[in-house]
Design a protein around this ligand. Structure first.
Ligand code: 16G
Length: 241
């Protein structure tokens, strides 16, 4: 399996070998990989070389090292395309995952000056403030905090926001969602986010802020989403010129 004549470094060949095992599903997410000793014996290479290969795979997120337990295959990250204005429910369904929500907070409050400005309503107009954990196959993926004008998105209840909000807006209310501005930033989980997402405090997260508009130009929602850095990667196709 290891080609000592090859100009490809041996540690890199070991990395490729482990990746192959994952691709062939000989090793699945959550499985432990063989110990450093087993690798050195199988490949007849130094422990340093094996360690280098494993460290590289840990650093790129393919493997995860758990103190005192060993090294395991990480869960595959969800690839989220950046083009296309889709809902969480649609994104999960496309991947064959079961979408879900766990409502953390639902309130009807008066808009602050800043939120009113961004939603193009008057200060103190009623807005919904909704916080929900988004689930894929019952696993927490993201935490969303959103603000919507109650005079535009009428009749929201705790029950409706446990299902797809976009479906309620489009199918029940007959509003047409047009476009959104989105900003992505990297950050680390604060205590509250860590608790809701089931990750360690200070674990890497992706912060996404979306400002969505209807086709007629009216601002629809202000959303701040916190995505788990260990479960998500964002991809985009780019054209030159
Ligand atoms: C996504 C959107 C959010 C939208 C929600 C609707 C991002 C960053 N956010 O989470 O703005 O409100 O989908 O999802 O993509 P739903 O229709 O499943 O409720």
């Amino acid at each position: 399996m290891i080609d000592r004549q090859s100009p490809v470094p041996i540690y890199f060949q070991i990395e490729e070998y482990i990746k192959q095992l994952i691709e062939n599903q000989a090793l699945k997410p959550g499985d432990a990989i063989p110990s450093e000793r087993e690798f050195t014996e199988t490949f007849q290479v130094s422990r340093m070389t094996v360690r280098q290969a494993i460290t590289n795979l840990v650093n790129e997120g393919t493997l995860i090292r758990l103190k005192g337990k060993g090294t395991f295959i990480s869960d595959q990250k969800i690839e989220q395309p950046l083009q296309g204005l889709t809902s969480f429910t649609e994104d999960m369904q496309k991947r064959g995952l079961k979408p879900g929500s766990r409502l953390v907070h639902f309130g009807l409050i008066p808009a602050s000056a800043g939120t009113a400005h961004r939603l193009n309503i008057n200060e103190h107009d009623p807005i919904y403030e909704i916080k929900r954990i988004r689930l894929a196959d019952d696993m927490p993926m993201a935490l969303e905090i959103m603000y919507l004008s109650a005079n535009l998105v009428k009749g929201l209840t705790e029950k409706t926001v446990n299902q797809s909000l976009y479906s309620y807006i489009e199918k029940t209310l007959g509003l047409k969602i047009g476009h959104a501005n989105q900003v992505l930033e990297s950050s680390v989980a604060r205590a509250e986010e860590a608790k809701y997402l089931g990750i360690e405090k200070n674990a890497p997260i992706l912060l996404i802020q979306r400002h969505t508009f209807l086709e007629n130009g009216a601002p629809l929602e202000l959303v701040k989403s916190t995505y788990r850095g260990d479960r998500y990667k964002f991809v985009i196709d780019m054209k030159r010129g």
